[in-house]
Design a protein around this ligand. Sequence first.
Ligand code: GCB
Length: 614
Amino acid sequence: MSNSLSRLFVRGLTAFAVLCSGLLVAVTPIGAQQATLIANIQGRQTTSLDGNWKAIIDPYESGYYDYRYEPSANGYFKDAKPKSKSDLIEYDFDTSESLKVPGDWNTQTERLLLYEGTIWYKKSFDYARRENTRLFVYFGAANYLADVYLNGEKIGRHEGGFTPFNFEITNLVRDKSNSLIVKVDNRRRRDAVPTLITDWWNYGGLTRQVKLVETPATFIHDYFIQLQKGSRQRVAGWIKLNGEKLNQKITIRIPEARINKSFAADTNGYAEISFEANLTLWSPDNPKLYDVMIETEADRVQDEIGFRTVETKGGDILLNGEPIFLRGVCIHEEAPFRGGRAYSREDALTLLSWAKELGANFVRLAHYPHNEFMLREADRMGIMVWSEIPVYWTIQWENPTTLENAQNQLSEMIARDKNRAAVIIWSMANETPVGEARLAFLKKLIERARSLDSTRMISAAMERHYVDDKTQMIDDPLGEYVDVFGCNEYVGWYDGLPEKADGLTWKMKYQKPLIMTEFGGEAPYGNHGDALTRWTEEYQENVYQHQVNMLKRIPFLRGTCPWILMDFRSPRRPLPGIQDFYNRKGLISDQGQKKKAFYVMQKYYREVAETSVK
Ligand code: GCB
């Protein structure tokens, strides 16, 4: 067997072995170079490819299909140049416009605000790869469908707009003038996840960081290091190597906790780990993170990991064994002040600091996995996280490809964030209609989530219905399969006037904790009037006052997440002078101004924080 063939074979075997152990991050099976997600990109040796990329707008996909609508062998990915003065080539990356990466394209130039289609991105780079190293190209996210080419060769495709992916380019990269081309297509599709309709902007492009990741020939590919379910002293998980020398010693060190443990990886490069440790547990009051070093002969990865337990007991949520009330708020990945997709540490710090100011110890990152800075900062700031995938409203429940796509996005979300103490809930879906096919679909997602991570709670944001004028019933059959019930309701906004909340009683079929995952109303900042005039801050405040009084009366309520922290762009919100294509349900405007409703929630959270159930 040639060297590269045997490497492929070994990699194939490794992938198979991991699949069997139920830990594989699913990937679209295209191209030999495709690799499962490398854990903790921040802890690696990387080279940023952020900055200006050349871009060709291609609404008819002329760079991909020929005039018979067959995939073209000479598409834009060839990055061709005329070889003589008579040569006909109808595109040129180098004289085309530039787009910033990371960044959505919609907010970079006026004419792309509503664009849905293909844009080709190109970055040139030099890279002197050292002996015995491997090179990967990593994308934080590309919305929605990305086809990636290096030096004219396709290296893979990725579907899903909010999760990271990487491809191995060891054998393709050159010392000089590499041409990395990505075709990004953000057209909505009925069979996609999300599907055609959402209440958020379809920001397209390379929306998160792009990096080259250099690793040793055999490297630490992935690991799961958390407290064992149900234990506050035992750390358990696994480490996975990738390369040719798999059967080697792996050491985990946590110097601050005097931990130095070694494990032998099996012939597949897989090692289960388990050891006792005396750790200060992570919590919102004390978000303790430890430096954790994972070392092999040739590789060393450092991470910051917090340790805590989270579970439900009857109707309670327990953090480190103590009942906790989740003082939450929903957040979209929308950039404060400048608009567009948020992507930076600064964006994360602004949004999470506002959540803290509100009194939150919990955030619902809606409606898709957010960029990694949000999770890293939540870990540091002591904010618990609900993380979800864009299985939103009505997707194609009976389509196996749609299910596979949703499972893949779920796997990628868990793969990236499974070592973040902040994440306490994986959520499967938002406001999906009760029905058999949907239940079967979501049960499959739950199975997948539990097989990848048994330590987090599972939930979904569901709906409720009236059994009579005054009684709200929570009995979605999906409730049976989740740990925590998430419920969206808009009493006072889509459902009656604010005071309707006063007369309502809530009932739930399940003996499980309930989080009210959405409620609220809309008002542009600075629009004033009386408390019954729609779109005024006073009306919004009124909604919140009545909501809070109602929420206080729900005995099984263990958390609240008002919709939403900050106004965000939405194609469904055209009302001139009021919405102007923004959903204005923010407690804070997109320019950072706090609305009256913010203070109602802040007061409520202060009260909650002072009572015994924190
Ligand atoms: C919902 C959705 C959320 C919307 C919100 C609204 O129920 O889950 O995505 O943005 O209502 O503002 O209507």
